[in-house]
Design a protein around this ligand. Sequence first.
Ligand code: ADP
Length: 422
Amino acid sequence: MNDKSTMKPNTSDNAISDQELFEILDRKQKNLEAIFDATPVCMILLDTHKTVARANCAVKKMTGKDYSEIIGRNVCEVIGCADVQDGEYGRGLNCSLCPINRAVSDAIDTQKPVHGVELQHNFRFKYSEVALWISINIIPTLIDNELYVVFSINDITDRKQAEEKFKEMMEIKSQFISTVSHELRTPLAAMKEGVSIVLDGFAGEINEDQRKFLNIAIRNVERLGMLINDVLDFQRLESGRINLDIQENDINQLVYEIHETMSLASNKKNVDLIMETDGGIPRSDFDGHKINQVITNLLSNAIKFTPDNGRVFIRTRTDDQNIIIEVEDTGMGIPKEDLPRIFERFYRVKRPGKEIKGTGLGLAIVNKIILMHHGKVEIESEVDHGTKFRVFLPMSDNAVIAKSSTAVDNVLEDKLIKKADQ
Ligand code: ADP
């Protein structure tokens, strides 16, 4: 301790004797050794010839060797690298290609540390040959002005196997969901067809009560169909098995068509669906079918969550790099605390007393599709006032050039008009 206020004078009464000093150092040394040996990660101190100067107990445990077979030996031989043992040490067939050998050499040559490199490698121990996944760290260090490296090896095989298993399970799960969903769709279509035939009176006259119950049945068949479609869509997007079909498209034409279709639903609910498009947006490359799905999802939510006599707006415009699609409503809004989770799959805002049907997958699908286009979705909302979704869809390079040349043309035109006016 160097703090003068607490330092006591070195009088003969409290001076530390050589014996005490030796004991303190010895205790410290033993503590460090205990920690070194208790570390479950293999720790090896190497000199610049890759010879092992020290190793901890984990090395003995991993290799099944005792210290006489470890200290003073080449590290690749010690850890049981199968490449070394295929050939004669140092001239092993694959030593020059071996990633462990190369990483150690690099750390020694450059004196730069190697952190957390994960690799799978073949090892040959006393009674077995195994392919282990390991994570290695190599830290150059100076001891008494001599260069050494501390080489640590962590066996991460269990974690890697668990990750593999998890990936496999996810693949099975996604296959299961798609198979089941496909299988559900066929009988569902038959049910809908059957009920529709009865409703249309082809199977004989039906009374009002029967009509009422059949309508309930058909509405629920449709709901189930929607749910299955959403699950299938989301599953396909999540699994990355879906590719975008990027073509040159006209966003305003798309919005116009969607507006026409969705007007039926908005009229039914007495909600005004107002379209405000910027006519100067150039054609741009995107997946028209998927962007149609995005706008349709946002608009059907806006109509669904806006009470009678409300208004819903669909707008388009651009900034320097993006087409901006805005869907705004004057509906019930989303509480602040729900906003951070609104794009999560199956997340639905709890609205006690006014539960509105849905799957909680629509916004997750919207977000996924826009991310696949390298864009983003923003949201602003206020309870009882309304919600605004803003989609940024990056424009293709050609569209950006076309847009900037349109802007230049406009400025030029403005200038000419002003000049003519003078
Ligand atoms: P769904 O509409 O099928 O429930 P979504 O993923 O499309 O699922 O939406 C998730 C939740 O976000 C909805 O349950 C709803 O509570 C809320 N939400 C989405 N759009 C709006 C909106 N325009 N106004 C109010 N709430 C909305």
